[in-house]
Design a protein around this ligand. Structure first.
Ligand code: ATR
Length: 265
């Protein structure tokens, strides 16, 4: 058995096992490969990851709060993971742990068109924001960054590029990406973020990385205004597909992954 897992804390809500197991079945690898969710507290993370190759694991996805720790323990890093400062994908090969970041390319793949030349607003300054800012700058967007704690946005921009903003002008952006945790526990995005419910416009693309059982209030408002909306499940599918391709060297079945990620268990 070749084992894969998502490592997080908490991780029970993750759609990754359903999504990856459906993809593995579709690829005819369902007998040989299995993907599971493993909840690891931060103080257990490194010891457990180092034991995984001996337990038949060939790779893992890493989610909150372990993306920095995953980078720190790896023997080799991709250029992308090193620059972003976070890893969401580990591969165990020939006694080595390799760290990669597929969140960045996953976001770009989820966009229906290239962000080149587009004025983009990234909300947040955590790990997810770093991947988004890195990806959008690499593809030549003009990136502004807003964060509740302004100093974190300033530090992020010093390291990666982009411009910190404190009072973004919502209609001025062609692309708005919410990477904050707002909405995860039912918070009102229009109370917590510098956005107005009526401030979206057709022609904008709005991405909300938060995904839950209900559709995000942010995307509902954007969609009502005629904006293109991309939800966190689509970005999850795209980053997962890139990880799965690295592990299996096969073309991931995107539609199967989307369907499985959206189905309730
Ligand atoms: P991740 O790695 O998933 O990005 P993180 O590093 O914990 O996670 O970052 C969470 C982000 O959500 C941060 O930008 C955080 O803002 P602060 O830096 O000010 O903490 C943002 N966030 C969380 N709750 C928020 C809220 N109620 N309003 C605005 N931003 C919030």
């Amino acid at each position: 058995m070749k084992r894969l897992a998502v490592l997080g804390h908490p991780v029970a809500h993750s759609r990754s096992p359903a999504m990856h197991n459906a993809a593995l079945a579709e690829l005819g690898l369902g007998e040989e490969w299995r993907y599971e969710a493993i909840d690891l507290a931060p103080d257990e993370f490194e010891r457990r990851v180092r034991a995984m190759p001996g337990e038949g694991f060939v790779g893992a996805n890493v989610t909150v709060p372990h993306k920095g720790a995953a980078l720190a323990l790896a023997d080799t890093l991709s250029e992308t993971a090193r620059e972003i400062g976070a890893a969401n994908t580990l591969s165990f090969e020939a006694g080595e742990i390799r760290a990669e970041n597929t969140d960045a390319q996953g976001l770009l793949d989820a966009l229906s068109s290239s962000p080149a030349g587009v004025r983009a607003l990234v909300l947040g300054a955590g790990g997810a924001a770093r991947a988004a800012v890195w990806a959008l700058l690499r593809d030549s967007a003009r990136v502004d960054v807003w964060n509740r704690t302004a100093l974190r946005a300033e530090h992020l921009c010093e390291e990666l590029g982009g411009t910190p903003v404190s009072d973004p002008e919502q209609p001025a952006y062609g692309l708005i990406v919410n990477t904050t945790a707002v909405g995860l526990r039912g918070e009102d995005p229009f109370a917590e973020l510098p956005l107005n419910e009526a401030g979206f416009a057709a022609g904008q693309t709005v991405v909300d990385l938060v995904y839950g059982e209900r559709s995000s209030p942010l995307l509902s408002a954007a969609g009502s205004a005629g904006a293109t909306t991309i939800d966190g499940i689509e970005v999850l599918v795209r980053q997962g597909a890139l990880s799965l391709r690295m592990w299996t060297e096969q073309d991931p079945p995107l539609d199967t992954m989307r369907t499985a990620a959206r189905l309730p268990d």
